[in-house]
Design a protein. Sequence first.
Length: 132
Amino acid sequence: MGLFFILFLCQLITLEDLAEYWNEIFNLKYGQLTRMQYFACTWLSSFVIAILAMVILGNVGLSVGGTRGITYYLAYGFVYLIVTFVQISAFCRRMNDAGLSKWYTLVFLVPGIGNLLAILIALMPTGFGNPY
């Protein structure tokens, strides 16, 4: 959260960037995100969703004896799907900006190193490649 405030104070990211990020969340085909928008907005959004989920899930699904019930795991899976959708949506829009194919989104399916590969791909400059 502190990183976002530092970027905001240095005017490297604005509230308009965040609004554009969320307004285009379903625009996977033509939407675009710059590198700064991708990293700052995706990180901030995932962080906020995760914090809200921890607060909500902290009181959900506790059964007798303090163990987690099925409700907890279903809610956790739902939150995981939301965060994954936000990340994949942002990554597709980043690929549009970089001029790369959206097929690179499949690197998220590689266990363990998928997110590292996605970060490396997302670092490509605007107009880097040919999407076809």
